[in-house]
Write a protein that binds this ligand. Structure first.
Ligand SMILES: *Cc1c(COP(=O)(O)O)cnc(C)c1O
Length: 374
């Protein structure tokens, strides 16, 4: 059977260093806010191309802390609007509503599956303070037009880089393209820990300082609390594991691109389409996921499952249709988001990971090409 994602095989591929790394931290006697965090933050900043990285507990916290810090700094206040793609993972939206800000959903482009830049400008109001871009599926969502737009309207650009570690836009890493970026190190991400982890990257020293303070109970000095913060830290074991895995991130992403290139070249079932923006292999895509679109998505998934290929749907229900927002009314006026709903109805993610073998890739392609619903 071809697993959707074989985390055991991924982690085995880092042995024996992985176990040695974990043991090194166990024996150090220091488990939070120590040398491993300091080194990881330095190494990750260099990798992304920013001046500051602040480790935190997970990707949702990273997003939430950025917005919270902007509120503390007086850049945003309750009721302000944040523009966000309608087809993102729920965490992006949760970080906005958790801060009493208002998510303004913009439809994606059907070729790239990323926020449609042309749809942003008409959504800008005097309350708009930021655009949250999401490099969904590992595909860069940044464009020169987006950059020009946020400068013209003086908006903060916050990147949700949870799915795109290592991705580039014109030679610059995603995570360094806006004012601040959130990263998730959930085990299944391109750079994954052995549990939860996250980070904020920015070249804004004031923002970095505020995020660091808020993530540590609101404190810069022990037992002195200047803001009402929370506890959101990256532990030393995860930081050490991430330092080890970061060294192989670029070559892992190259392997993902090689697999994607084969899917693009060899999948020729007319019922299964690869959006053209997913079909461009280059620095713009690190293929966290490989999404295909199919009108008979459920049958395709069932067929592949019976034939030994695991797949997942990203995501079955779009945020504006989720029950968590039904009663609050925040997203209620989005009765029709037809492109978003179409993607959510047709999307299926094929297996892709740096440890997939060529034979497994061949098998996935053969099974997809054999699918023939009647
Ligand atoms: C995974 C993910 C998050 C949340 O990260 P966690 O570490 O799971 O909290 C946020 N946004 C996107 C797009 C993600 O894929």
């Amino acid at each position: 059977m071809v697993k959707f994602l074989d985390l055991q095989r991924i982690n085995d591929s880092f042995e024996p260093e992985l176990t040695e790394t974990v043991n090194r931290v166990i024996r150090s006697g220091w488990y939070l806010l120590g040398e491993e965090n300091r080194c990881f933050e330095e190494e990750y900043s260099r990798y992304i191309g920013v001046s500051h990285t602040v480790g935190c507990a997970n990707g949702l916290d990273a997003l939430t802390l950025i917005l919270r810090a902007y509120k503390e700094l007086g850049v945003m206040s309750d009721g302000d609007e944040v523009i966000v793609p309608a087809n993102t993972y729920i965490a992006t939206i949760l970080s906005i509503t958790e801060n009493s800000l208002v998510p303004v959903l913009v439809e994606p482009d059907k070729d790239t599956l990323q926020i449609d830049i042309a749809g942003i400008e008409s959504c800008i109001t005097p309350l708009t303070k930021a655009i949250m871009s999401v490099h969904l599926y590992g595909r860069c969502s940044h464009t020169s037009e987006l950059d020009e737009l946020r400068r013209r309207y003086n908006l903060k650009l916050i990147e949700d880089n949870a799915q795109a570690h290592g991705c580039m836009f014109k030679g610059q890493r995603t995570g360094s393209l806006g004012d601040a970026a959130a990263h998730s190190f959930y085990p299944g991400k391109n750079l994954g820990a052995l549990g939860d982890g996250g980070a904020v990257t920015t070249s804004d020293a004031v923002l970095a300082g505020m995020v660091r303070r808020l993530a540590n109970y609101g404190s810069d000095r022990k037992y002195v609390f200047d803001a009402a913060g929370r506890n959101s830290r990256l532990d030393e074991i995860q930081a050490a594991v991430l330092r080890l895995k970061l060294k192989r991130l670029d070559s892992d992403n190259r392997r993902r691109r090689a697999i994607a290139a084969r899917y693009i070249a060899e999948i020729d079932n007319p019922m299964v389409s690869i959006p053209s923006g997913i079909g461009e292999v280059g620095e713009m895509n690190v293929y966290h996921l490989f999404p295909v679109l199919c009108r008979q998505r459920e049958q395709l998934q069932q067929y592949l499952s019976v034939n030994g290929v695991q797949t997942l749907i990203h995501y079955p229900i779009p945020p504006h249709r989720q029950k968590c927002y039904a009663s609050k009314g925040i997203l209620r006026h989005y009765s029709t988001l037809s492109i978003t709903e179409c993607i959510h109805n047709m999307e299926l993610s094929l297996p892709i990971s740096p440890v997939m073998t060529d034979d497994e890739v061949t098998e996935v392609i053969a099974k997809v090409n054999n699918f023939n619903s009647i």
